[in-house]
Design a protein around this ligand. Sequence first.
Ligand SMILES: [Zn+2]
Ligand SMILES: [Zn+2]
Length: 704
Amino acid sequence: MRESRPDLGTRYHLLQGPSRGRPRPDRANRSTTVSEIRVTIDRLPDQREERTVTTGTTVGQLFAEIFEGDRSNIAGRLRPAGAAGVLVDLDRALADGDVVEPVAIDSEDGRAILRHSTAHVMAQAVQEIFPEARLGIGPPIKDGFYYDFQVERPFTPEDLKAIEQRMQAIVKQGQRFARRAVSDEAARQELAGEPFKLELIGLKGAGGDVSTDDGANVEVGGGELTIYDNLDPKSGELCWKDLCRGPHLPTTRNIPAFKLMRSAAAYWRGSEKNPQLQRIYGTAWESRDALKAHLEFLIEAEKRDHRKLGSELDLFSFPTEIGSGLAVFHPKGAVIRNEMEQYSRQRHIEAGYEFAYTPHATKGTLFEVSGHLDWYKEGMYPPMQLDEGVDYYLKPMNCPMHNLIFRARGRSYRELPLRLFEFGTVYRYEKSGVVHGLTRARGFTQDDAHIYCTRDQMAEELDSLLTFVLDLLRDYGLNDFYLELSTRDPEKSVGTDDAWEEATETLRQVALKRNLELVDDPGGAAFYGPKISVQAKDAIGRSWQMSTIQLDFNLPERFGLEYKGPDGADHRPVMIHRALFGSIERFFAVLLEHYAGAFPAWLAPVQATAIPITDAHVPYLREVAAQLRAQGIRVEVDASDDRMQKKIRNAQKAKVPFMLLAGDEDVAKGAVSFRYRDGSQNNGVPVAEAVAEIVEAVRSRRND
Ligand SMILES: [Zn+2]
Ligand SMILES: [Zn+2]
């Protein structure tokens, strides 16, 4: 019924929706008089299109007209007059003045909708198989979704298979997701058999702010309570329903590929005081290929899991006698860590940093001055009382102590920028559920620097700082970065408007100069200043937040930090917090996973293993090893009783960069034979050349 292919701004009528099967709940109630509304389609920032459509036209109908058969848009983002926008179902009727943006299934929002819709299908399948199962919540999460259930016993792998099969049938059937607004009272009646949902209605009904941490906002976070019905596409019969704010896919058939992953126990709304539920995790993707790629990625990530490699390579462990989140580094891990630290120290000295050491514990008054006890207490270990009732805390941050060093004597502008650096060990109380190997620990060592400078020096300092950070990360073998700029939340911040503006603009300019992707994080700054963070991608494409450069307008004020300016008056310095690795432990884990345990020669705990073909060749290799050791190379001679092939396998498992083999022929020629980590070999290399090759690889800090 289209009049012609519409050009930009052409007026035309959608007399009949192109998708006749789609429900039009709003439309059905309207009078038959054709009235018109104007809407805007926001395709790309520079591609806005205004259209006039009949009242009652849905988002989906509009898209179908514009994108002609392209079904990849599964929802819309609706922006009534300048607002940030809400995600809506395709069958939402448009209102006059709406601005609507298509949401493709392979976008971040689109995947979240796909995954959450799949969670519905899973919950439906669970209740069909286990009618006594009561529903918790089912939000989308990174790469997937989950749903919590109250059931009589935990789910077994066979249960998951059966649920998955039932889900396939529901997907195939193409049940429609239909939205329906309900009053609190009606919802209570409908969901009388679902105690957890009733609790959510209670949260909503009380006008309370539903926490976003526990996923409950997925169900009741919107303006009104809604129930989504799953309807049989042929009969329109109700198959299942769930309290949910939506949006969802148009039908279950829009789920291209999914898989259930595992199940685990989880407390209702994350609190140990609440009943324990059973959670099923799943994943869903926009295509079978994308699902396959994700599953392969998981296998690769599993192989690289630093906790697994850490024990296989004898690098570190978490003894239960010490406690959750507190690692011990074994000698081989300590070698790597020491190399990491040494190189970092050297670079910091070259860049004009001065080193400090501060204690692990302090009186609470320090954190009263700094404000940490006001806004960070939950992240701290509880106090211990010493000296007749004085509270001492393990420090969660080094900054307050560095401020005391700055303040220990009068400071002149001539000393600025003053760059204090410390490998400072801190302790943070992480909930046991989130502790994860070395990447989320309770005790860890920050490579922490605090820079005090004048406001005039700020721009140059930030610029050289970012260069320093990126260069150093590259030296450890990370090369793929993007930057994130967290800016002011006007609701909660200290510091003057122009200080914020200048600092934020400076950070932005500094970031833009790097030709790296810059992602904005509006309102994401801490209350005390804007921040740039460096995100690094590892060998399998995962992003890790590494370094942060954080301006601070708060602590210099609280500590009364001052320096004498050239005018003889006292001035307040600008303070910059900067952690480069974040923590050494975490960076260790990132590198371990990035290299899958095969560290470059300069970081490898054992750089060369000498393997005799028979015992007769041991003395010869000991001499070669001595030459290497004299050059500072970490070398071992495997003089064990194992056969040669076994020794080679052991060195391979230990991911040693260089194996040096010697038999009669090598001894006769004063040579050795190389065997590299990739399995390639180089025979009959004169000893002096072999030593030089290894020394060069180590000293150049090559990361290949
Ligand atoms: Zn839902
Ligand atoms: Zn700090």
